[in-house]
Design a protein around this ligand. Structure first.
Ligand code: SAM
Length: 361
């Protein structure tokens, strides 16, 4: 990373303010420092506090300069149609996640029958951003039942607050109260957040009566090594390790995959246990290399390979102009389309043949 020139600090202090010079330590350039200062100032001026505004501004800028993510200081992050509350202990939603969630909703709207209730399962929901954006996008078109799970009580309670917060803002329509936290067939749309681990045997019992048509997951996927070498200091020091690094080495041995891929292998196993009822599976991944490994988890399994005839890798911005790039699987003849621009970000599996889900992209 190039060093910041003393002249840039001087400019920030003289032309903007001493707080902007402080923000340069994390923002690295004048324009970003000026923008962040404006957002922090707006936050101080619009949210009540007992601390005098100047002192509060100083405190927030100092925390930001020490690496606290902006979203934890401002308390929110825009995500599609929503305003997502953020708090320490729960991963901050990323723009790439927002981008593929919108793309996924568009695909579902284009290709799925509108008269049938749609069951969606969001595994590792965190703030609830993916579940709530899908709920916002799909409920005007389908009776949609969204079930989201996470192992962290802090995340589940924040996701529930995000539902009420966005209903209050008028971004979401209020779902009827759910009596039981399972996917129930209902003509009205529902969304619920449940404290449950992907690895809990209770999950299959919960899902088998109303299996999900769509499974989406942004799970922990960083290896221990990458966490200590390539993850940024701000992420390492401020965001929860539970959200980033899978710690299930025993299960990864059992599922015959790399430790950082264990959530994908377990979800694919779950899809098999659900006997192919799930028509769409979307995984967020770290990069092209991990995307390739996830594709191979599908290819090496005869049953999954038979069900999911459309296998795609999406880059960060899947809807951007791109040349479709087709790669052939290593262990089978499955053709994998690589879409969009940026880093490999998503593995998308689609059973295009089953029932009414047939569609064209
Ligand atoms: C990468 S974050 C994703 C959060 C959110 N979906 C997003 O896209 O911003 C992963 C989430 O997985 C949750 N998690 C970790 N282990 C889990 C498990 N065994 N079962 C369910 N959730 C788990 C963490 O608490 C964290 O909220």
């Amino acid at each position: 990373m190039p060093r910041i020139r003393p002249f840039t600090f001087w400019l920030a202090r003289k032309k903007i303010s001493p707080q902007a010079a402080r923000l340069l330590f994390v923002c690295r350039d004048l324009l970003s420092a000026a923008n962040e200062l404006r957002w922090i100032r707006e936050h101080v001026n619009t949210t009540p506090s007992k601390i005098p505004p100047n002192l509060r501004l100083h405190q927030l800028c100092s925390k930001r300069a020490r690496g606290t993510p902006l979203q934890y200081l401002l308390g929110t992050q825009p995500f599609g149609d929503l305003e997502i509350l953020c708090r320490p202990g729960v991963l901050i939603p990323r723009p790439e996640t927002e981008c593929y969630t919108i793309e996924l909703a568009a695909l579902i709207k284009r290709n799925l029958p509108k008269h049938k209730p749609l069951n969606v399962l969001d595994i590792c929901t965190g703030t609830g951003c993916i579940a709530l954006q899908l709920y916002a996008s799909l409920t005007p078109h389908f009776p949609t039942h969204i079930q989201a799970i996470d192992i962290s009580p802090v995340a589940i309670s924040l996701a529930q607050r995000n539902l009420s917060h966005n209903i209050q803002l008028g971004n979401l329509i209020s779902p009827p109260p759910q009596l039981t936290p399972i996917l129930t067939p209902n003509t009205k749309s529902t969304v619920s957040f449940t404290l449950l681990s992907l690895f809990s045997p209770a999950l299959l019992t919960t899902l088998s009566s109303h299996p999900p048509d769509v499974i989406v997951s942004n799970p922990p996927y960083i290896s221990n090594k990458a966490f200590s070498t390539t993850t940024s200091r701000s992420v390492r020091n401020h965001e929860p390790r539970l959200a980033l690094v899978p710690e299930h080495d025993d299960i990864s041995l059992e599922l015959n995959c790399q430790p950082e891929d264990v959530f994908y292998a377990r979800i694919l196993h779950l899809a098999k246990e659900l006997k192919g009822c799930t028509r769409v599976i979307l995984f967020e991944v770290a990069d092209m290399e991990q995307a390739g490994r996830v594709v191979r988890l599908v290819e090496r399994d005869e049953v999954l390979r038979g069900w999911y005839d459309v296998v795609e890798i999406w880059r960060d911005w899947p809807d951007e102009e791109h040349e479709d790039h087709i790669v052939k699987g290593e262990e089978s003849n499955v053709a994998v389309a690589v879409k969009g621009i940026g880093e490999g970000r998503v593995v998308y599996l689609w059973n295009s043949r089953g029932g009414e889900m047939e569609g064209k992209r």
